[in-house]
Design a protein around this ligand. Structure first.
Ligand SMILES: *Cc1c(COP(=O)(O)O)cnc(C)c1O
Ligand SMILES: [Zn+2]
Length: 412
């Protein structure tokens, strides 16, 4: 593929040819990033070309994706999710220029569809028969959804604690579901071994160099939706660190192609006990394991699988990291819903909780624009959502009882 120059190791810098390596660096085992021939791409992809393109999916960026064409893409609409100016929510947080990117509006209701779509297309290009992933839930339900009607057998490893709606998605779409008695990290290691043992194509985050390529499309969309302006700050919920490093790569590539002329600051939001990336960034040292415990299952990670790239994204963008408690995460769910009409799952709500914290610490200027990424839909985990709201009234179907309820609760 002429457009791809190298698969470069993020850790040691070693270059690899596309057909020389499938997953990680052959010298040190580090994660790889895809680097393109940007001078070549510049001739095909620019502001004018994008403006004329009516394809409202991630495939409008095909020139910047590691695929040879449209032939193998899954048959559902991924990407081009709405970006809302959230005035009410912004007023509450004290951030007048607040935008919400609602990525819960993807086929399987999470951001992960961006990555799965690219990896599924790649697997079909490579004529793989079986695809596998380990996941806290969303990467799995996304992969199962996108392979649902395809001749690509899907084997999923999830921790026993994955929320029921995500497990339901897996089973409905017909994946083989293996629940691991352990954490996400245990499921990850087992999936890796299975991939080696049986030759199954591994989509797992960090290991597969192409997930970041799908994820960067979210940054492209934000630039286009803001009429080619770059936001000042982008708040991203962070677990493994693949979304934040992917989005940063997207901004950098658009900048390199001359499509935008400024880069944003990337702000990582982590759950208090799942904050390995925040710690490594602030201490300037290696990633170290943390407990990973949080109600926000999608960002519950003990050892981040793309930690180095995430730390670099925060650093290179001049950003920072924030951590939030489970209580702050739960509180943010109804706040986002009532302030912007969007229902977020706990991990997604964390990014708004982080924005509020940063704003009250004086880290966001009034003149600055901020995008909060809502990475997954609230229906993914209704049990957690119910913890943050009241109970419904329950009455008999009787007007007398209704009248009493209305008076007692001053509803009219
Ligand atoms: C996966 C996921 C994240 C975190 O992404 P990482 O790449 O693991 O940092 C955040 N929110 C949701 C809803 C997710 O599914
Ligand atoms: Zn290396």
């Amino acid at each position: 593929m002429k457009k791809i120059k190298t698969l470069q190791c993020i850790n040691c810098g070693k270059d690899h040819k596309l057909d020389e390596v499938k997953y990680t660096c052959l010298a040190c085992g580090g994660n790889l990033q895809v680097l393109y021939d940007y001078n070549l791409i510049k001739k095909r992809l620019n502001y004018e070309v994008l403006k004329e393109n009516n394809d409202r999916t991630i495939w409008r960026y095909m020139d910047l994706l590691p695929l040879s064409g449209f032939k193998n893409i899954p048959p559902v609409q991924v990407g081009w999710t709405p970006l809302y100016k959230a005035d009410r929510l912004g007023a509450e947080a004290g951030v007048p220029n607040l935008y919400i990117k609602d990525d819960g509006r993807n086929p399987s209701a999470s951001f992960k569809d961006r990555a799965s779509a690219v990896v599924v297309a790649k697997a079909r290009e490579l004529k793989e028969k079986v695809i596998t992933t380990a996941s806290t839930g969303n990467a799995a339900s996304s992969l199962a959804c996108l392979t649902g009607s395809l001749d690509l057998k899907t084997v999923i490893f999830v921790p026993e604690t994955a929320p029921a709606p995500k497990v339901a998605q897996l089973l409905v779409f017909g994946a083989v579901v293996i629940m691991v008695k352990g954490t996400y990290d245990d499921a990850f290691d087992l999936c890796l071994k299975a991939s080696q043992e049986y030759g199954w194509y591994n989509r797992s985050t960090g290991v597969n160099p192409f997930t970041r390529e799908g994820k960067k499309t979210c940054a492209f969309e934000i630039c286009e939706q803001l009429k080619w302006e770059t936001p000042d700050k982008v708040f991203v919920p962070v677990g493994d660190g693949n979304i934040i490093s992917g989005m940063w790569k997207g901004f950098v590539e658009f900048h390199r192609l001359g499509i935008i002329d400024k880069l944003p600051q990337m702000i990582a939001v982590q759950a208090e006990k799942s904050d390995a990336i925040k710690r490594a960034f602030e201490a300037g040292g290696e990633i170290q394991a943390v407990s990973g415990e949080t109600i926000a299952d999608s960002i519950s990670v003990s050892i981040p699988r793309d930690g180095l790239a995430a730390v670099m994204a925060i650093k290179d963008s001049g950003g920072f990291a924030v951590s939030v408690t489970d209580a702050e995460i739960l509180e943010a769910i109804p706040q986002i819903a009532r302030g912007s009409n969007v229902f977020a799952e706990p991990a997604a709500a964390a990014s708004y909780a982080g924005l509020k914290k940063a704003a009250s610490a004086g880290k966001i200027k009034d003149s600055e624009s901020a995008v909060v990424l809502i990475s997954g839909n609230g229906l993914k985990d209704v049990q957690s959502a119910m913890k943050s709201v009241g109970r419904p009234f329950v009455i008999r179907p009787d007007i007398g009882e209704l009248k009493k309820l209305v008076v007692d609760n001053k509803l009219a």
